[in-house]
Design a protein around this ligand. Structure first.
Ligand SMILES: CCCNc1ncnc2c1ncn2[C@@H]1O[C@H](/C=C/CNC(=O)c2cc(-c3ccc(F)cc3)cc(O)c2O)[C@@H](O)[C@H]1O
Ligand SMILES: [Mg+2]
Length: 214
């Protein structure tokens, strides 16, 4: 049967990227998405904004919601200091299998724990299952109608502390209006918008950075 797009993306990584070199994995995926097949990775332009926010926060404990093929997982994990950990949640088994291989090809498997399952099932289990008290940085890039409920769930589970940074992809395209209204109007968040473009296109999109105030 015909291969899937994530399978073809992984083949491009294994063909063009150097094992153990995260930057070459990032470049191989961006080249594939620009010149072969568009895919919903954050991409190089918004990815540079992600890099700058991660570097500024310098997090020990990171949560990513929605791994997909692992592109942003690699972007984040390559910047983490020794001992820092990234937990990424992906509930599609086929995508999780591809992402595992991409993460291994980048040589970042020691910093990343890919959990195959749904965010609403795993967010409540972070403390007892992973020994996580709170997260320093959370990247939201899963189903857009799940950003708000999962943010409220993280609050309720005590996983956010004064200063935790949430960074949300696609706040313009496809858009997350309920989440945006919440973080911009809530007294518990200081929020700001980073204007950019939808990955590999000229359409407007952007990232919203929201600091939890406790
Ligand atoms: C139970 C549902 C909520 N919990 C969840 N828990 C764990 N993983 C979850 C997940 N929801 C979704 N996922 C996974 O996240 C990923 C979903 C991402 C959704 N992203 C988008 O729809 C998206 C879409 C676009 C897009 C923009 C314009 C356009 F014309 C077409 C697409 C651009 C993006 O950057 C996007 O991120 C998948 O791998 C999915 O399996
Ligand atoms: Mg996205």
């Amino acid at each position: 049967t015909r291969s899937t797009r994530p399978q073809r993306l992984l083949k491009a990584v294994q063909k063009h990227a150097t094992r153990g070199d995260p930057q070459s994995v990032i470049s191989a995926i961006d080249h594939f998405c620009r010149h072969s097949e568009w895919a919903m990775n954050i991409g190089d332009e918004k990815g540079s904004i992600l890099d700058s926010v991660v570097s500024e926060v310098n997090p020990e404990k990171v949560l990513e919601l929605g791994t997909y093929c692992g592109y942003s997982t690699v972007r984040i994990a390559r910047l983490l200091p020794p001992g820092a950990r990234l937990i990424t949640l992906e509930f599609n088994a086929d995508y999780a299998a591809i992402a595992r291989q991409v993460i291994i090809w980048a040589g970042l498997e020691d910093k990343v724990q890919l959990v195959e399952g749904a965010s609403e099932d795993w967010i409540p289990r972070m403390k007892e299952h992973f020994g996580i008290e709170t997260f320093d940085f959370v990247f939201l890039d899963h189903w857009k109608d799940r950003y708000l409920p999962d943010t409220k769930l993280m609050e309720d589970c005590g996983l956010l502390r004064k200063g935790t940074v949430l960074l949300a992809d696609n706040v313009i395209c496809p858009g997350v209006p309920d989440y945006l209204a919440y973080v911009r109007n809530s007294l518990s968040y200081k929020s700001c918008y980073f204007k950019s473009h939808l990955e590999y296109t000229k359409a407007e999109d952007g990232l919203e950075k929201s600091v939890f105030l406790g």
